[in-house]
Write a protein that binds this ligand. Structure first.
Ligand code: GTQ
Length: 349
């Protein structure tokens, strides 16, 4: 007997595949390379949004409809390679939200987690679980999964911030729930500053139970504190060649990331310092809080001014050079990568 495998003709194969398809079957060998690439190839591309360019459009949306009408008046930051999908990266949504003086963005809650990074204006407030916080420029504010939240503007100027949500990830997992509150604003049940006092002073209540499940009980990490910590840390030891000085926002209860799905941190790059290239599996969204910073992402170069937002897709080389002392806020799906045992990084020379 001849045991050499007889190879079929292309026509025979196609005819076979056709019969497979009628049974909802498919040949793995035709798709295996795409299913198992040698390394990740993000569908997202590097991109940068210039705040000064989008700002006039944002303000125009302010005269087009009310925050009430819109529920959330937001310009979605769409990755150019993922148009129409409301994605900045493969797994993260980002947008710029505008709230005009006196307006309310009505209370609702959803299973996706949200963060705010405050960009512009004074007097913006958000209420989370019965406690309000005033959002100042550079503040990192959290809306935990399934926590009621409404936003307001008690100042005299338009207020704008960067929204970050895990929407694409939660949609992929088909676990998205949403509910409207029976009023525009929820009632206040705790004084402003309560969460930060209890959980953000290096101390914890004796009987520590998290108020928000897997999410940090602190929901405003003020920029004034973050900035001071970064500057002091930079003076304390030599800068890291790849990360300059980076501190991550932490859940004081377990020391982990602040949200179950979104990792957030801030990088301080002192004037004149240039980081060496690195890449990691998480797809990152960054916003410049202060300074002037050149970001190299893949083959793109972005000169970031304050409030500019950029995206570094997963497994894409990135490096930074600061023209002035620069504070770069970043968020990504890193926490999910870590929990799933998928996180990898590579540090270049
Ligand atoms: O402020 O709750 O940009 O629910 C998108 C969805 C903001 C919010 C967004 C939202 C919100």
């Amino acid at each position: 007997m001849d045991d050499v495998v007889k190879t079929s003709t292309e026509a025979q194969r196609q005819e076979f595949y056709g019969r497979l398809a009628t049974q909802n079957l498919a040949p793995l060998w035709e798709v295996l390379r795409g299913l198992l690439p040698s390394e990740p190839r993000s569908k997202a591309v590097p991109h940068r949004w210039v705040y000064d360019d989008l700002r006039p459009l944002l303000l125009e949306s302010g005269s087009l409809l009310t925050a009430q009408e819109a529920e959330r008046r937001v310009l979605v930051l769409e990755n150019p390679a993922l148009k129409g999908m409301s994605r900045a990266t493969a797994t993260m949504y980002a947008g710029i939200q505008l709230i005009m003086p006196g307006e309310t963005a009505p209370a609702h809650r959803h299973s996706p987690s949200a963060l705010r990074f405050m960009l512009e204006g004074e007097g913006a407030i958000t209420v989370v679980g019965g406690e309000r916080t005033t959002m100042r420029r550079g503040d990192f504010v959290i809306t935990p999964s399934w926590a009621w939240h409404d936003h307001g503007n008690e100042g005299t100027q338009p207020c704008a911030w960067l929204d970050g949500l895990d929407l694409p990830l939660v949609q992929f997992l088909e676990a998205s729930f949403n509910e409207h509150y029976n009023d525009d604003r929820q009632s206040l049940t705790r004084p402003e500053g309560d969460s930060l006092a209890r959980f953000g002073s290096g101390m914890l209540p004796l009987n520590t139970t998290s108020r928000y499940g897997l999410t940090t009980p602190i929901f405003n990490y003020p920029f004034a504190r973050t900035r001071a910590a970064l500057v002091a840390a930079a003076a304390g030891e030599a800068l890291d060649p790849h990360e300059a000085v980076t501190l991550r926002y932490a859940n004081p209860i377990d020391g982990g990331w602040t949200m179950p799905t979104i990792a957030a941190w801030m990088m301080f790059v002192p004037a004149g310092f240039e980081t060496r290239p690195m890449r990691s599996t998480d797809g990152q969204v960054m916003a410049l809080a202060e300074g002037a910073l050149t970001a190299h992402v893949g083959d793109k170069r972005y000169d970031l001014a304050e409030s500019d937002v950029a995206v570094a897709p997963g497994w894409t080389w990135r490096s930074y050079r600061a023209e002035k002392d620069s504070f770069l806020f970043c968020f990504s799906d890193r926490v999910a990568h870590e929990k799933l045992g998928l996180y990898r990084e590579q540090r270049g020379a």
